[in-house]
Structure formats: C-alpha cells, structure tokens
Design a binder for this molecule. Structure first.
Ligand SMILES: Nc1ncnc2c1ncn2[C@@H]1O[C@H](COP(=O)(O)OP(=O)(O)OP(=O)(O)O)[C@@H](O)[C@H]1O
Ligand SMILES: [Mg+2]
Length: 313
C-alpha cells in the first residue's frame, strides 16, 4: 500500500499547523505506523521541534541536504533521490529516546525563495508550443510529487507542514497529497478564509487535471481531498468547550456538516512546555498534560479513520 499523504495548511499563521503535523505524525508512529515528516516552512519550526534547535542548525551548517535540495536539483534538471534527503533515527520521542519509525526531511530558511525560482523556471526547450508550456506548468507543480513517489512504499503516512501561504511550494505539497487538513482557532472564524482555501484547492485540482488531460494521461489524476477542520486552543468550562468556543464549533459544524473533526485540541501548557524541550507532548508529566495528550490521541485516531475510510467527505 502506498503512503497516505497529507498537507497541513491554513492561510493564518500560528494556529497549530506545526503542532498538529508533529503530533499526528508521532501519534501515528506510536501506533506502529511508518511516518515521513516533511518541513516546508522557512521558519523550520517542525525540524527544530523534531530534532532540537542546535542539532538542526549544525546539520544545515554542515551542508546536510534539506527539502531545498529537491527544488535545487529540479531547477538544475537533475533527478533527486529522496533517500539522500531523509534523516533517519533523529526525531525525539522523549528525553534520551528517539523514534525509529519517524523520518524527517528538514526545511531550509531559503525554501521560500524557491517559490519565485520555480515560477520563473522554464524546464522545457519546446516552451513556445502549447505542449511545452503545459509540460512546464506540470513540472513546476510536481517537484514534490515526483520526489515522494519514489518512497511511497516505504511509509504508511507522509505529512507536509506547510507555510501560511499558498505559494508554489505549498501547491507542490497539495499536488503531492491525497488530503489536506486545516487547523483553526475559535477566535479566528472567517469562513470566508476557509472557503477561499477550499476554492483555491478546487482550482488547483482542476488545473492539474486539465494539464494531465491535455498531455494525454488524465488517468493519473487524483484530486486532493479535504480531510477536515481541527479546532485548536479550545478553552474548557464545566468539562466542555466554554460557551464562546462551543458556539464557534457549532457554527462551523452547520456550515461544514462532516468537515469538522469531532475531537478538538484544548489550550494548555503541556504542548508549549514539551515544545520547549523539542519533544512531543506524549510523555509530558506537567500538570494537566493528560488532557492535551488525550485530545491529541483522539485527533490522531479520528484523522486515521477519516483518511482511510473511503468517501467519508
Ligand atoms: N493547544 C495549544 N495549547 C497551547 N499552545 C499551543 C497549542 N497549539 C499550539 N500552541 C503553541 O502555539 C504556537 C503556534 O503553534 P504552531 O507553531 O503549531 O502554529 P503554526 O500554524 O504552525 O504557525 P506558523 O504559521 O508560524 O507556522 C506554538 O508555540 C505552539 O507550541
Ligand atoms: Mg508552523
């Protein structure tokens, strides 16, 4: 079975994309799944969370390949072997313990520049023909897809942590993904923003399908599907979300009946506390950590059901 690939995206910064990618990835690993995490954000937060601040900067300073290498190779017309980019046996599970089933491709602070380079890229010499331009557009959108297609059989799940921007790097991740997952906080409820993302992804799906059809292989198209919306930073009162937050959840549920996860992530100190030590929350012992651990366990379980159950959305 090829890996199920998912992009974690929003246009809004700081709502939990990296936190969810990190915890769904490591949560699935705790269930014995083989995981590849790919950090696409210039901030490199996922890379740092996974392996630590100093080790990350040392690796990059020593010239360790990052996701940028994949785009550099493509721009230079070379094929990139993902196995040369993948870090194995480095992702922290707890103090003094690493995951042997979570691999990582590091981000690079210049990955954002690649978006502009990709846009200007003219990979095909027959660019003046219609075929040439369609091939160029396809090449620009499929760098990550061509990369991960080579390791699809090595993993159960591949997760992309995307920047808060639908740039060409994020579009590459979406084209390479079976699903996209959207975190949201109750204070930030612009359904317009969510609809924009969904419309943009529909447009991207149509464009990609159009290119493949034009070039004669429409059968290779699979659209990127919505895996759902996960509420984050919910505050509790009397055992449930406080009224304002419950109201936000209910509002979204009426707009997107099957689109909102049943489970939500509560606000709490355990996640940022664990993040400070570059660890996931799973083995945290800080006060009330079990509440965030339970919430993330349930979200991970629901994610797995949603992306493995055909036609649920
Ligand atoms: N449920 C939570 N409770 C407390 N803190 C949280 C929670 N979720 C995320 N955080 C903290 O909020 C900050 C932002 O979260 P995160 O980095 O996951 O957001 P992001 O969407 O990836 O941000 P960016 O757009 O900058 O990449 C982090 O410091 C994280 O530890
Ligand atoms: Mg992030």
């Amino acid at each position: 079975m090829p890996a199920i690939t998912t992009s974690v995206i929003t246009r809004k910064g700081g709502v939990g994309k990296t936190t969810l990618t990190h915890h769904i990835g490591t949560g699935l690993a705790r269930r014995g799944k083989r995981i590849l995490l790919i950090d696409l954000d210039t901030q490199s937060n996922l890379s740092i969370l996974c392996i630590g601040h100093d080790p990350y900067h040392q690796l990059v300073a020593n010239g360790t390949p990052t996701i940028r290498t994949a785009f550099d190779s493509a721009l230079q017309g070379h094929r990139c072997d993902p196995r040369e980019l993948i870090l194995k046996g480095r992702v922290n599970a707890a103090k003094g313990r690493i995951y042997n089933n979570v691999d990582l491709i590091l981000a690079h602070k210049k990955i954002g520049d690649m978006s502009n380079s990709l846009a200007a890229w003219r990979p095909d010499t027959t660019e003046h023909s219609h075929d040439g331009s369609a091939r160029q557009e396809l090449s620009r959108l499929s760098v990550l897809k061509r990369l991960i297609d080579q390791v699809q059989q090595d993993y159960d799940f591949i997760l992309f942590d995307c920047p808060a921007d639908l740039n060409l790097i994020t579009r590459n991740a979406l084209i390479a993904s079976n699903f996209y997952l959207v975190p949201i906080t109750p204070e930030y409820l612009p359904l317009v923003g969510l609809n924009e993302i969904r419309n943009d992804i529909e447009t991207l799906n149509r464009k990609y399908w159009g290119l493949l059809t034009y070039l004669g292989f429409p059968e290779s198209f699979t659209p990127t599907r919505f895996a759902g919306l996960v509420f984050n930073r919910i505050n509790l009162h009397n055992g449930g979300p406080k009224q304002l937050h419950q109201h936000a959840i209910d509002l979204m549920r009426t707009q997107l009946p099957k689109g909102v996860f049943e489970n939500y992530l509560i606000n709490g100190d355990a996640i940022p506390h664990a993040a400070y030590d570059h660890l996931p929350v799973w083995s945290s012992t800080v006060y009330n950590a079990n509440k965030q651990i339970d919430a993330m366990t349930n979200i991970t379980q629901e994610f797995m059901l949603r992306v493995t159950k055909e036609g649920s959305l």
